[in-house]
Design a protein around this ligand. Sequence first.
Ligand code: UT7
Length: 321
Amino acid sequence: MIYARIAGTGSYLPGDPVTNADLVSRGIETSDDWIVERTGIRSRHLAGPDIGSSELARLASERAISAAGLVPDDIDLIIVATSTPDYIFPSTATLLQAKLGIVNGCAAFDVQAVCSGFIYGLTVAEKFIRSGSHRRALVVGAEVFSRILDWSDRGTCVLFGDGAGAVVLEASDKPGILASALHADGSHHPILCVPGGVAAGQVVGDPFLRMDGQAVFKFAVKVLGDVALEVAEAGRMKLGDLDWLIPHQANVRILQATAKRLGLAMDRVITTVDRHGNTSAASIPLALDLAVRDGRIGRGQRVLLEGVGGGFTWGAALLEF
Ligand code: UT7
């Protein structure tokens, strides 16, 4: 039996933390008290204008490949989850392949599932590996959401940050990913979207992120609870036996409500939203890498990753690290 196991993790955050007070001093009509009370966010990282998702992905990927004890040409599949690609095309994954100097001709493509993108990418990579067609997949979540924020909309611009996280998923005879689930319901697309595009050299529609925060909040809490129960059952594991839960990092109140519904104490939930804000597809691999590097997550531990995002999409992966 071939399993897919995480062999190494890496992440990258651009620049210095930008605090809530920094946003106020930049003229945003908000306060540290409001942001902390409603979201738990204290700071985030914002990329400069010369750094895009592929560069954040490169820096995270180099760390993940090195942590796995590999060199870039060992990778035979690249999947990048992003909603903020450098270009309309080519994909960020092919740009990443070139930046990493991978010349073995391996497959490279992006997945677009917004904040669930990393779970989608990981699950796709797992299927490739378990089929025996590929052995070492690089799965990355990389975002520069600061580029699609309307900085005059205080209801959204304070929530997001930029960054990237990556894992190397490797074929193994020991179990790694024990169960996974992916879902989508496109009928909810209006409550979180960037409803614009480019045609004839012009932006058509609205190029900024728009959100009905309360509708998203309720939807997120429901599906994060449901999908955690679904994968725990599929992996024949009691939630109480989990070592760590890593939900998509959107709002600490969503994390608390999810943990409460699942009967888990908050000290089992990896939380980075306070320092990273919501980094969309990057948030889960960023949180995973942080907890691996600070020693909280170690080999053999049981970890549940779960995401929810625009589309709507949602999904989870249960793994033995
Ligand atoms: O990856 C998934 C993406 N997003 C999410 O998961 C976000 C889910 N939603 C949320 O996290 C919350 O709904 C928000 C944090 C976005 C908003 O919190 P809320 O408790 O739902 O606040 P609200 O939208 O009901 O706004 C309450 C008040 C309003 O003022 P009035 O109408 O009561 O006078 C807003 O204008 O707070 C005001 N407000 C702000 N005040 C200071 C909204 N944004 C801000 C702000 N600073 N940044």
